[in-house]
Design a protein around this ligand. Structure first.
Ligand SMILES: [Zn+2]
Length: 466
């Protein structure tokens, strides 16, 4: 039995991840094993996103897992931000290394050391490289998919001649992530800018897309950093412009990870388990025979032949009852279930159930249009998360109301902030809520900082976050 969401959301989450066979714990504490069903979701994400990444003009490449310590130390903010989480290799075989090697917590430094050789002139710009890789960050409080010592991701790294081009690149990457989260994962997102306290270590500024999970906590779905010239100055990445002058390049980096799978679970799941958006579901349809009758088999093979370009599975196992199978595939979030028994055979009909509403419907075989059903389910999931986000985005009149909502209901609080990191820090200490982002769309109205009362035009989204 699954834990109910309202009883213990964290336990429900673990039950679903393990029960739906997405992943399991590994013998190495804090790491996880992504099982074939979970990995198939990641593969579908990769396939779709890789196309989007290439549309941005980036090419895939691969860089070493190990980073010499001196590289990490070159950009001071960067090393300070990452050092508490870095895993180090100190020995090669039995021999102590002359210089420790970091296992990449992110690849800026190992990449930019060669970018300085790849970039000589303005003709070499823009340079856009993407890498699909694993990353290691030593997490103290691991959670399956959400925080693990090792995870999978993509990281885009670009270099440009001007600040404006790098700004545009950082924004394009963010728009791509927002589009991907909404169109493919069916998860509504709020795009915005991070505060100084929340930005990437070494960036000029960080952009992110934030989504609200069903427990009212926010999850960062993707980030994009305008790195300015911080790294190009540390690594000496210069180019000759058209007039023969030497300039430092402007850079960006951007990434999403297997965390998004955790987001899928928490944005759509219910008390019966996972609900997968059809576009990335390993199986979009499951067909369940209600009896082992030969005529039922024939009817099913007729249906199978009609399912062109649809990922489906027919569950022919004879040890389990149909009811057991219904529960199993509901837990695993298959978007559409087809049930075929003697009645369907006799009347040339199809009985089906959509995973989000679980209503059983029977229609004529000729009228059955699975593509249309899957398309509308995909859209409904996005509409549901959008409604949920809007319903759970609160306006508050006072700081005491702020605290009450954050503690009791959760969700986003859209309010004003003076811009002072002291107020931000105090709010975090007192409520555990952080500024998730400064939304792109500002109303430009006058308000007052929710903490200190100072006049401000700056609207922000607060939430407790993963
Ligand atoms: Zn303030």
């Amino acid at each position: 039995m699954l834990t109910k969401q309202k009883d213990d959301f964290a336990k429900w989450y673990n039950d679903v991840v393990l029960g739906a066979d997405l992943a399991e714990y590994s013998p190495v504490k804090g790491c996880m094993i992504i099982k074939p069903y979970g990995y198939a979701i990641w593969e579908n994400i990769q396939k779709a996103m890789d196309i989007e990444i290439k549309k941005l003009g980036a090419s895939n490449a691969y860089f070493p897992l190990f980073i010499p310590e001196k590289f990490l130390k070159k950009e001071s903010e960067h090393v300070e931000g990452f050092s508490p989480q870095v895993a180090w290799v100190t020995h090669g075989g039995n021999k102590k290394l002359q210089e420790r090697l970091a296992i990449r917590p992110t690849s800026e430094t190992i990449m930019y050391d060669v970018f300085k050789n790849w970039i000589q002139s303005y003709r070499d710009l823009p340079l856009k490289i993407n890498q699909w890789a694993n990353i290691v960050r030593w997490e103290m409080r691991p959670r399956l998919f959400l925080r693990t010592l090792e995870f999978l991701w993509q990281e885009g790294h670009t270099a440009h001649a001007t600040k404006e081009e790098a700004d545009e690149m950082a924004e394009s990457a963010l728009r791509m992530y927002q589009g991907f989260a909404q169109d493919w994962l069916g998860i509504y997102c709020v795009p915005g800018k991070k505060t100084e306290a929340e930005k990437f270590a070494g960036a000029l500024y960080t952009l992110s897309v934030e989504a609200l999970m069903k427990d009212g906590k926010a999850l960062q779905m993707g980030t994009s950093h305008q790195l300015g010239q911080n790294f190009s100055k540390s690594f000496g990445i210069q180019f000759l412009d058209e007039k023969g002058r030497k300039n430092y390049v402007w850079q960006t980096s951007w990434g999403v990870s297997t965390r998004m799978i955790g987001g899928l679970v928490m944005a759509h799941g219910d008390d019966k388990g996972l609900i997968l958006p059809p576009k990335i579901a390993p199986y979009q349809i499951v067909i369940i025979p209600i009896s082992q009758d030969g005529l039922v088999k024939n009817h099913i093979s007729k249906i199978e032949k009609s399912l062109k370009e649809i990922r489906f599975i027919t569950d022919n196992r004879i040890q389990q009852t149909p009811g057991w199978k219904f529960n199993e595939w509901e837990l695993r979030g298959v978007p559409l279930r087809i049930e075929i028994g003697p009645k369907e055979v006799k009347e040339n009909k199809i009985t089906f159930v959509l995973r989000n509403n679980l209503k059983r419907q029977t229609i004529d075989f000729k009228q059955f249009n699975p593509k249309k059903l899957l398309d509308s389910l995909q859209k409904e999931l996005l509409a549901e998360t959008k409604n949920f986000t809007e319903e759970n985005t609160h306006q508050v009149k006072s700081y005491s109301e702020f605290k009450e909502i954050i503690n009791k209901k959760g969700g986003f609080i859209r309010t004003y902030w003076c811009g002072d990191s002291k107020c931000e820090k105090k709010i975090q200490e007192e409520t555990k809520a952080t500024i998730r982002c400064i939304p792109m769309r500002q109303k430009n109205k006058n308000g007052r900082c929710i903490k200190c009362g100072k006049e401000s035009k700056l609207e922000v989204f607060f939430a407790k976050a993963y």
